[in-house]
Design a protein around this ligand. Structure first.
Ligand SMILES: Cc1cc2nc3c(=O)[nH]c(=O)nc-3n(C[C@H](O)[C@H](O)[C@H](O)COP(=O)(O)OP(=O)(O)OC[C@H]3O[C@@H](n4cnc5c(N)ncnc54)[C@H](O)[C@@H]3O)c2cc1C
Length: 638
């Protein structure tokens, strides 16, 4: 069966069960998990070839599951952007594409049904858990050939697929393969086969009706068990169309300066910022390298090296070993060195919460962390320095690796990828050599000092870039209220880079109005419980005021009497500017309490249409905050 495929496709395939022949009726199903594009997608190309060869209808199926690590509104939103492009692009060439989003009342095991029904299943190979397990389970019960196909690498994982201890060894070992040039050949996809048109074991999402409009999209997302405190990145769109455009722009206008500009984190446009596009498979690395290599410049070659050596090395490593996350993958010299320094004092020791919300002693590190939380990205050059500082503030190697992975994967758009693991573990010695003499804590592991990096960086420029808002820059939202709910909403919005001002109240802030709180949580609001856990634990022995200060300190604040607005009449829309700055008040979030009433008295007709009143009862605290947060998100993004 695989023989009938062009070599550049067949060489990327593994049959994961022992069924080698297409014998059954039923469609050929292409199950897309991580390669969300139609251009140069070997999974789709293989599907088209086999459907033509065996005269079967073809179905392209994408599932958005809630159970991937750190599933959040940010990552789900990217996947949905990807789905929209897949829908239109498949439609334009006559392929049938359907989307399933796992959510309340819609959690059927769709692939289990396809496993019984299909004549062949093809899926994009992703060498990490939990995806590997999902694939294993379906392939085990499939009654037809189950093919995994590498759509992510230029050197097929199926041909090389080994872990080597240094990038230069990987480069040398794969040189010949790259030189054959066969890898860069575009496969001819042939005629489009018949569409699968029988019944489906689920009702597909109607993309045009339910996902294009942001409010409708949110209605679907509301039913998913995902962390909504990690908000979408406003100015980074997902999907293959945007990624192709971004690549074209970089190729035409920016790549020429890459070798000189790539190490300057204060120059964000000196690099491609395309790693998320590769991670979600919106963009084919084969296409990118083929097009970049036509330039034949030093800069283009440097860019290609990043993709073909550093990125691919990480992928082949993850593919070639059993448990890529395990710290035992570090080289022996590094493990021994970490053991020797394990009792070195760490000062200060920071909690996960302090690290996550940028409370380290270094301004530069805090900005790096903010970049991840707020913008879902961090420049490579600073990412190394950021990662190498974490062991200094955590109690052990294991803790340092797990926290770094967590911070990277929860927030970075390109996270949860083989390159994430390689990057995080490189900071702890992976793929590197020992450096003498031994240093406190880092031992023989290569160091990168924050202060040295800060001295060579245009810090002010970098800071300004990171402090930009993750929303329309001119919009501002005022938040009134003095209970735990407003406090947390204000903090979550602030952390995500929404431009908010918290109106300071004369009334005492109360964290917990009601001492008999019901702290039940469910799958939907577990993420909130997690964040609260630390605070609630602290509450037992800490002063409430200290905790309030901790939450509220970084949030920009204003006093009621300092608010001064100006009405701007703009056709049908009336806008208020705030304190003669270039900010338009786009929203007021409040609980109808005293300060807001006072404020409103001065502007009797003004703010109605920008007003969100949140009502709650603290008997179901997490449910309430989750619901209020959703209201705010809908209010802000719509
Ligand atoms: C602690 C740490 C964590 C990291 N986590 C991730 C991650 O989660 N996901 C991820 O894709 N990369 C990760 N990297 C690698 C690297 O930082 C990013 O790939 C890079 O910042 C992406 O920016 P860019 O697209 O502008 O890269 P460019 O400089 O434009 O490079 C082009 C492409 O080459 C690849 N690339 C570049 N540098 C590397 C590298 N060092 N390792 C692997 N691939 C590279 C990326 O796919 C990138 O898009 C991590 C590195 C470190 C030190």
């Amino acid at each position: 069966m695989l023989d009938s495929l062009p070599e550049q496709i067949s060489s990327r395939c593994i049959i994961s069960n022992n069924i080698n022949k297409i014998t059954k009726d039923g469609p050929i199903i292409v199950w897309l998990k991580s390669s969300l594009r139609i251009h140069e997608n070997p999974a789709i190309d293989a599907g088209i070839h086999l459907a033509n060869k065996f005269n079967k209808p073809l179905l392209i199926y994408q599932a958005i599951d809630e159970r991937y690590p750190h599933s959040s509104l940010r990552h789900h939103n990217m996947l949905i952007d990807g789905a929209i492009d897949l829908h239109y692009n498949c439609k334009s060439i006559g392929l049938k594409y359907v989307l399933h989003i796992s959510r309340e009342n819609n959690r059927k095991p769709v692939m289990k049904s396809f496993a019984k029904k299909a004549s062949c299943i093809i899926t994009d190979l992703f060498p990490l858990q939990p995806w590997k397990n999902w694939v294993k389970k379906v392939s085990k019960i499939s009654e037809c050939p189950f093919i995994e196909i590498d759509c992510h690498c230029i050197i097929p994982l199926t041909i090389f697929g080994k872990s080597l201890d240094r990038p230069f060894k990987f480069r040398d070992a794969t040189k010949k393969l790259i030189k054959t040039n066969k890898l860069f050949k575009k496969s001819d996809i042939g005629k489009i086969p018949a569409k699968y048109s029988d019944n489906l074991p689920f009702t597909p999402i109607n993309i045009e009706d339910n996902l294009l409009d942001i409010n409708k999209r949110f209605q679907i997302l509301k039913k998913c068990n995902i962390d909504i405190s990690v908000l979408p990145i406003f100015d980074e769109k997902g999907g293959e169309n945007h990624s192709l455009l971004k690549w074209k722009n970089f190729l035409e206008k920016k790549i020429s300066g890459y070798s000189k500009r790539r190490n300057n984190a204060a120059d964000p446009y000196g690099v491609s910022r395309l790693s998320y596009a590769f991670h979600y498979g919106f963009l084919s690395p084969v296409k990118v390298v083929r097009e970049a290599s036509l330039l034949g410049t030093k800069s283009a070659q440097k860019f290609i090296d990043e993709l073909i050596i550093f990125r691919e090395h990480a992928w082949h490593h993850s593919f070639g070993i059993k448990d890529p996350y395990c710290i035992s993958n570090l080289p022996l010299w590094a493990i021994e060195s970490w053991e020797k320094t394990s009792t070195d004092p760490r000062s200060p020791l920071l909690s996960e919460n302090q690290l996550e919300f940028y409370e380290s002693p270094s301004n530069l590190w805090n900005l790096c962390q903010k970049s991840l939380v707020r913008h879902g990205e961090l420049h490579n050059n600073l990412r190394m320095t950021w990662g190498k500082a974490i062991p200094l503030w955590t109690e052990s190697l294991a803790k340092s690796i797990s926290v770094t992975q967590y911070l990277n994967d929860k927030y970075a758009l390109d996270g949860r990828d083989p390159s994430s693991i390689a990057g995080v573990q490189w900071c702890h010695g992976l793929f590197d050599r020992p450096f003498f003499p031994s240093e406190p804590i880092l031992g023989l592991v290569r160091k990168r000092e924050l202060s040295t990096h800060q001295n060579r960086l245009d810090f002010i420029k970098f800071e300004k870039f990171i402090e930009r808002h993750n929303h329309i820059q001119e919009d501002i939202f005022l938040i009134f209220g003095n209970t735990i709910i407003e406090l947390f909403i204000a903090r979550i919005l602030y952390d995500n880079g929404i431009n908010i001002l918290y109106v300071e109240t004369k009334n005492n802030l109360t964290l917990l109005k009601n001492t008999n709180l019901n702290l039940n949580f469910n799958k939907q609001n577990y993420y909130l419980y997690n964040r609260f856990k630390i605070i609630l634990n602290d509450l037992k022995h800490k002063d409430q005021q200290l905790i309030i200060d901790d939450i509220i300190n970084p949030i920009p604040k204003i006093k009621l009497k300092q608010i001064n607005t100006n009405l701007i009449i703009d056709n049908d829309n009336n806008y208020y500017t705030l304190n003669n700055e270039n900010y338009f008040i786009r929203g007021i979030i409040h609980t109808n309490q005293q300060d807001y009433k006072k404020f409103k008295k001065s502007y009797p007709n003004g703010f109605k249409k920008f007003e969100l009143i949140i009502n709650y009862d603290t008997d179901h605290l997490f449910e309430e905050i989750h619901n209020c947060l959703w209201e705010c998100v809908e209010f802000i993004y719509s």
